[in-house]
Design a binder for this molecule. Structure first.
Ligand SMILES: *Cc1c(COP(=O)(O)O)cnc(C)c1O
Length: 389
């Protein structure tokens, strides 16, 4: 048996798809990786809040008051008072009737889909959706129809072919993790209304960054009130850990009673709830962070395109530089690293075959000077490798 596993790993290595862990310490927009100091283009800490003094303080105070562990699941004795506080501010921020904080974005998606969709339901899922949505759909035992990425016509064709009486869920990331492009939310709302479907959106990369008060992309596109299930995380722009689900009261009550990854797991440690509470406050009070991030991202994308790079359909702070071949993507990343820049190569199966890429994610704590410095090196490597003229 162990030999089979060894063979599997060797096959991955041959395709330049083997993954391994490295030790990383981060410090603002720099990291120390294998002892080397590098400018960090790989973090999801979009607003720089992971090292924010206010979040650190709130998290330490929560530990002092409530201890290091929640000691049980929320439905047993793990529901410490910080949950109610954080859910109250969350509801006011997002503007939904009710909200539930759960342990991670991964468990949120697995839980929402398996709770809302059963054997008789049909889940319509964008082909580029996050792995947690893919896994949730499988676990639900519902029929899964994957539509071509952001292809509204394809989705409509699939909806037309589906039994009217079946429960239908349309599920999409709002910003796609590996491409930084945005789902056609307005069109999805029209379709979900026309076909009586439930619309589920995953704001993992948008919460804290888009929307007038950083609520997310559904708010930015002014369709938030038409979204039935609004899910997002505290682990990216909000700097710490955990996730939320927001929507109608009856839906949240239903989840509390049926969502297995909520019921059968220990509640989050109080320190995490302290950080979440502080982060929701900072995000709303400091819009300058997201304005700067968006301006910086616009500049970065424009310059890459002018240089002749292919960056797909990105319009956000997540910017893919599409290289194509796995080995070349790895080589590109290694050469950047020699120049003090850390940006990971993303390869299949995370992205489609032949679209291996460098994924850059920007942070609000970066400066324009730093980005210009990085652009010079990216362009130099692009020329060395014959990717641009
Ligand atoms: C990161 C991510 C998740 C998972 O969130 P975690 O809190 O890290 O478990 C879910 N969906 C999307 C789109 C993500 O990018």
């Amino acid at each position: 048996m162990w030999e089979e596993l060894q063979t599997h790993i060797e096959q991955l290595e041959k395709k330049a798809q083997k993954r391994a862990l490295v030790n990383v310490e981060s410090d603002g927009c720099f990291i120390r990786i294998d002892g080397q100091h590098a400018f960090n283009f790989s973090s999801n800490n979009y607003l720089g809040l992971a090292n924010d003094e206010r979040l650190i303080q709130a998290s330490m105070e929560a530990t002092r008051t409530y201890g290091v562990g929640a000691t049980a699941s929320r439905l047993v004795v793990g529901n410490h008072p910080l949950y109610e506080q954080a859910e109250d501010v969350l509801i006011r921020w997002k503007g939904y009737e009710a909200a539930l904080i759960v342990n991670s974005g991964y468990t949120a998606n697995v839980g929402i889909l398996s709770s809302l969709a059963g054997r008789d339901a049909v889940i319509f899922s964008d082909k580029w959706n996050h792995a947690s949505i893919v896994d949730g759909a499988i676990l639900s035992r519902a029929e899964v129809k994957r539509y071509r990425h952001a292809d509204i016509d394809h989705l409509e064709t699939l909806l037309k072919k589906t039994d009217k009486h079946k429960r239908k869920l349309i599920v999409t990331d709002t910003i796609f993790s590996m491409d930084g492009d945005v789902a056609p939310l307005r069109e999805l709302v029209s379709l979900k209304e026309a076909y009586g479907a439930i619309l589920v959106v995953d704001e993992a990369h948008a919460s804290g960054v888009y929307g007038k008060n950083g609520e997310g992309m559904a708010h930015e596109c002014q369709v938030a009130q038409h979204v039935d299930v609004h899910m997002g995380t505290f682990s990216k722009a909000l700097g710490s850990y955990g996730a939320y689900v927001a929507g109608k009261r009856v839906f949240i009550d239903y989840l509390i009673n049926t969502m297995r990854p909520f019921i059968f797991t220990t509640a989050l440690p109080p320190s995490v709830l302290g950080a979440i509470y502080a982060a929701i406050d900072v995000v709303q009070k400091e819009p300058a962070r997201r304005y700067h991030l968006c301006a910086l991202s616009d500049h970065f994308r424009t310059r890459l395109q002018q240089a002749g790079f292919h960056i797909g359909e990105s319009t956000t702070h997540i910017v893919p530089l599409i290289v194509g071949d796995n080995e070349r993507a790895l080589a590109f990343s290694a050469r950047l690293r020699e120049r003090g820049i850390f940006a990971v190569a993303i390869r299949p199966p995370t992205v489609p075959e032949g679209t291996a890429r460098i994924r850059f994610s920007l942070m609000a704590t970066m400066t324009k000077q730093q980005i210009d410095w990085a652009l010079e090196h990216i362009c130099a490597v692009g020329k060395e490798m014959g990717l641009i003229a």
